[in-house]
Design a protein around this ligand. Structure first.
Ligand code: FMN
Ligand code: SF4
Length: 372
């Protein structure tokens, strides 16, 4: 630990002034729910819930069987209830629930919808977003240009964009063999993405992936970013809804334990960063789990238009069952299914679980800084 840090500037998105330019990244399944999002919002940042499997998670919490729309509405409302700015992360890969998640979030007054794991090309066309900012996640200037061109035709311009580099947790927007390229380092990706944002209307850039300390945040803001999005640090908070075993696995993880899974990997087809001891992954390596599709969140349409395609449905040889693995790591049916622990590259630096307030004080430079 060392001294205090310099104050951070505010971040403005769609006319809303956010006093702390830190967005807590959406973490599915069930890691970032309203307890975490509202705690971050109260501290002046942007709290983000994840849309993944919300119908099941909120139905269990409330004891009522809720639709995706209702569960989203409920969880977004609770995230905003204690004040501050809060929104939702909705993954494009969750095709079946995508539109209802967007509608529930807008109707509940989400401050932002952040959408990636695929290109959110049709997002502005789902429903007029009113005061909700629409924010695509990209990993390159090229992806941002494709989105801007498509959204232009829909009469919309991104309210901001998240630029996520290859050190992030969750799904990665890079091919497996390009993750370690120098040219894909976040600081190298930022200038062309900033130029692209200028070209399409000068909207804010929020950088993500591997940002860990107050010093990291200050460095990226100096390079031209307007804000940062952070996942792993918020995973290791008291308010995160990761199971106690998940939090323990993060604390215990060493640098060499954090790998990018791809074969077996996520049935979504994107590289996925995990702790290699995750029981669901170990079982996939051993071909030990009998495939069973009883959740269906990442199903795609077949040739007849029915939602039935997922490569983990028939075999767990090349893909693990991500729905059950991640639900288990959020404490949903852990006795029935093994957990899968996704983390960012820096998870090995986490050595304790802290309350959000203490973390935000550290990240904003108000409290003694972490230098590990
Ligand atoms: C446990 C966990 C779950 C995540 N889930 C999602 C998700 O559901 N959707 C998404 O777009 N990003 C997801 N991410 C990425 C984060 O939102 C964030 O952008 C990323 O983790 C930033 O990198 P960092 O962890 O190094 O701070 C997840 C990250 C983690 C660690
Ligand atoms: S096989 Fe598993 S990962 Fe694929 S949709 Fe079904 S429950 Fe989800």
């Amino acid at each position: 630990m060392s001294g205090l840090g310099s104050p951070l500037p505010q971040l403005t998105i769609k006319g809303k002034r956010i006093s702390v330019p830190i967005v807590q990244g959406g973490m599915g399944v069930g890691v970032s729910l309203h307890p975490l999002a509202s705690a971050v919002a109260r501290e002046g940042g942007v709290g983000i819930i994840s849309s993944a499997c919300l119908d099941r998670l909120v139905s269990r919490r409330t004891g009522k069987r809720l639709t995706t729309y209702e569960a989203t509405y409920d969880e977004v409302s609770l995230s905003k209830a204690a004040g501050g700015y809060a929104g939702i992360n909705i993954m494009v890969a969750l095709v079946k629930d995508y539109e209802n998640s967007v509608k529930g979030a807008i109707d509940a007054g989400a401050d932002v919808i952040i959408s990636g794991a695929g290109l959110p090309l049709g997002l502005p066309a789902i429903q007029p977003p009113k005061d909700t900012a629409l924010i695509p996640i990209v990993s390159s200037a090229r992806a941002l240009e494709i989105i801007c061109k498509k959204w232009e035709r829909l009469g919309y311009r991104p309210d901001a964009t998240v630029l996520e580099g290859p050190l992030a947790g969750g799904h990665l927007g890079f091919k497996i063999d390009s993750i370690d390229l120098e040219s894909n380092r976040l600081d190298r990706l930022l200038p062309p993405v900033k130029d692209m944002a200028m070209k399409y209307g000068d909207f804010p850039i929020i950088v993500a992936g591997g940002i860990y300390t107050h010093g990291d945040i200050a460095r990226f803001l100096k390079m031209g970013a307007d804000g940062v999005q952070m996942g792993t640090r918020f995973l290791a908070t008291e308010e995160s809804s990761a199971s106690p075993a998940y939090k323990r696995a993060v604390i215990d993880a060493k640098e060499e334990d954090i790998i990018v899974a791809h074969d077996p990997g996520s049935p979504c087809g994107l590289p996925f960063r995990i702790i290699k001891h995750s029981p669901m992954y170990v079982s996939a390596l051993r071909r030990a789990r009998a495939p069973k599709c009883d959740k269906g969140y990442v199903l795609l349409k077949d040739a007849d238009g029915n939602f039935s395609r997922c490569i983990a449905r028939e075999s767990n040889e090349h893909a693990f069952c991500i729905c059950n693995g991640l639900l288990s790591s959020a404490g949903y049916n852990p006795e029935k299914e093994e957990p899968l622990y996704t983390v960012g590259t820096n998870a090995f630096r986490v050595d304790r679980i802290v309350p959000v307030k203490a973390l935000m004080d550290e990240l904003t430079g108000k409290a003694a800084l972490c230098t590990s």
